[in-house]
Design a protein around this ligand. Structure first.
Ligand SMILES: [Zn+2]
Length: 125
C-alpha cells in the first residue's frame, strides 16, 4: 500500500550523465558542466555523455560546513528523503548550481533534484 503522505514528489526533467568505460561518473543538468568537471575529451570513444528524460525526486537541501561543526570535510549539501527519512549528503562547492542533481542513497528514487539554501554559510562568515 502506498502512503500518499510519504510519497516522494517527482518531476520529469532532462538529465545528462557522463560515463567513462561504461562506468557512470556523474550527473548534471548541463552537459558542459560534466565535460569540464570530468575533463572529458569530445572525440574520445571511452567517455560519453548520455541525455535522457527521467523522473527525479524533489528535495530541499541545506549547506552545512562540517569543519565549523567540529568535523572535517568542508561544506556539504544535506537533504532528507521525504519517504524513508534517510539523511543524505554530497560535497558542495561554490559552482554547484541551484537546484542541483544528485544520485540517491536510498531506494525510493534514483536521483534527486535538490533546491538548496546556503543560509548556513552566513553563520560563520
Ligand atoms: Zn528514501
Amino acid at each position: 500500500m502506498v502512503d500518499k503522505a510519504n510519497s516522494v514528489p517527482t518531476r520529469r526533467i532532462v538529465v545528462y550523465e557522463a560515463f567513462r568505460d561504461g562506468k557512470p561518473l556523474g550527473i548534471d543538468l548541463d552537459p558542459r558542466v560534466l565535460t569540464k568537471r570530468f575533463k572529458l575529451r569530445p572525440r574520445s570513444s571511452r567517455s560519453i555523455v548520455k541525455e535522457g528524460s527521467q523522473a527525479v525526486g524533489l528535495a530541499f537541501g541545506e549547506v552545512i560546513d562540517w569543519d565549523a561543526c567540529g568535523g572535517s570535510g568542508g561544506r556539504k549539501i544535506h537533504w532528507i528523503c521525504p519517504r524513508c527519512g534517510k539523511k543524505q549528503w554530497g560535497d558542495w562547492s561554490s559552482d554547484v548550481t541551484n537546484p542541483c542533481l544528485w544520485y540517491s542513497d536510498c531506494n525510493c528514487v534514483d536521483k534527486w533534484l535538490i533546491t538548496w539554501n546556503d543560509d548556513a554559510l552566513d553563520w560563520h562568515s
